[in-house]
Design a protein around this ligand. Structure first.
Ligand code: ATP
Ligand code: MG
Length: 421
């Protein structure tokens, strides 16, 4: 039945707005006045939440002759990538105009302000606004204070909020204080991956294979579940560890991630190789120093290791360092061999990085050389901290967070290349 739907969906003319059954139901609910003050579209990844939320938001904004509207993402650039650009694709650049440098857009001629929720200045900016409507992309990533302030700004009669989110842990503020609060005027629209008939069946099967454990429950099943126990139960030495001098496929790029140690933590450099087309990831070398004798010592070790690694892996081009230690980064920059650029690591949220690693492990595209025993050990022993009401990996000295950080810095930039949607 589903395959039939998929076929029909792909043979429809491009310009026609074609919706999934659940998306049609949302439009029907909206048009028949069933939407509430707060409307939250939540559930699995790629399930069609953003697409339909865009359609509804534009219908909502378009109803007003005059009104004040705000759209927020975790950052302006994620808002642009996740929502504004798809909006232009759906309605065309005659109907949707983007002026992101001015933090504004026009939706069917109506002015809409744009903000990044993670920016402290944005919080001050929205403090003075009186809104008719707000749109939030990936709401669970916003701070609770920002969101409650945003709600206090939705004070005009008939004002509405439209938000999309993936599930998080059940103790997350959004679940506890909003989705589970029967006193609120809130419509909870739940989406699951199989609802999206526009996705290729193979793509869905791949996604299902890639997500494991708590991430499968959240991102594939769309459930709000807690992260408990081992972070990487899917890491198996027999599958994921390769012999030190095993013959490798040709590498197209190698990078090094650097985590700087402190009093109790280690300094780690981790070298990761990527095959052509980013089809597989090989962690091949590590330098682990728990003593942290002095900065000079560390700089000397970096010079020596990097020059050796550059000879062994000529495709080594980038080093991504923990940006917390700018003086060390500067010294590393001057100590790097020719052809190797030293940059700051992005340091994406830990959950984003963990998710990326789990997807690579789940799809059997990540391999670690036995010459990296600390990282192997770290994958085997990393635990979720169950004492917290949000996802956190345990950092009480029992597991090796430093090796995980260094590895993650070496791969985190390549999410687009590794997971092409
Ligand atoms: N009605 C539709 N017509 C055409 N394509 C669609 C439709 N609905 C969804 N899609 C496509 O399916 C993919 C996933 O949809 P969307 O981005 O809305 O999912 P999502 O639930 O917001 O996912 P995530 O949680 O990962 O942000 C996108 O490429 C989108 O363009
Ligand atoms: Mg989305």
């Amino acid at each position: 039945m589903r395959t039939k739907h998929r076929k029909e969906a792909t043979t429809t003319e491009q310009d026609e707005l074609n919706l999934t059954p659940l998306q049609k139901e949302c439009v029907w609910n909206f048009l028949s006045g069933e939407f509430k003050r707060l409307n939250i579209l939540e559930g699995s990844v790629r399930s069609g939440k953003t697409y339909i939320s865009i359609v509804l938001w534009c219908l909502f904004v378009g109803k007003y002759q005059h009104g004040t509207f705000l759209m927020c993402g975790k950052t302006l650039s994620t808002l642009k990538r996740n929502v504004l650009e798809p909006m232009v694709k759906i309605f065309g650049d005659n109907s949707i105009k983007l002026y992101t440098s001015k933090k504004e857009a026009r939706i069917f001629g109506r002015k809409v302000y744009l903000e990044g929720a993670g920016d402290i200045r944005s919080e001050n900016k929205i403090r003075g606004m009186t809104l008719d409507g707000a749109y939030c992309d990936e709401l669970s990533l916003f701070g609770e204070e920002f969101f409650s302030m945003l709600l206090s700004r939705l004070s005009n009669k008939g004002a509405m909020l439209f938000a999309t989110t993936n599930p998080d842990c059940p103790a997350h503020w959004l679940k506890r204080k909003y989705l589970d609060n029967p006193k609120l005027s809130l419509l909870d629209l739940h989406f699951s991956l199989d609802d999206n008939i526009f996705l290729d069946c193979d793509y869905i099967e791949n996604l299902k294979r890639e997500y494991t454990g708590v991430f499968y429950d959240r991102f594939v099943k769309g459930m709000w579940v807690a992260a408990e126990g081992r972070i990487y139960p899917d890491f198996e030495k027999s599958k994921h560890v390769i012999r030190k001098n095993a013959k490798l496929p040709e590498l197209a790029l190698a990078t090094v991630g650097v985590d700087f140690g402190g009093n109790k933590s280690a300094s780690v450099f981790t070298l990761t190789g990527f095959t052509k087309g980013f089809s597989s990831v090989y962690v091949l070398e590590e330098h682990y120093d728990k003593e942290n004798k002095s900065a000079e010592n560390l700089i000397a070790a970096f010079r020596q290791k990097l020059s050796f690694w550059k000879q062994k892996y000529p495709m080594l081009r980038k080093v991504y360092c923990d940006s917390a230690e700018q003086l060390l980064v500067k010294s590393f920059r001057s100590g790097a061999p020719p052809g190797v650029e030293v940059c700051n690591a992005l340091k994406k949220p830990i959950n984003t990085r963990i998710n990326m690693t789990k997807r690579l492990l789940g799809s059997e595209r990540l391999f670690v050389s036995s010459s990296c025993p600390h990282l192997v050990n770290a994958f085997e022993n990393a635990l979720w901290d169950s004492s917290k009401s949000f996802d956190l990996r345990l950092d009480d000295g029992t597991s090796d967070i430093d090796s995980l950080d260094a590895f993650e810095y070496s791969v985190e930039r390549f999410d687009k290349e590794l997971f092409r949607f």
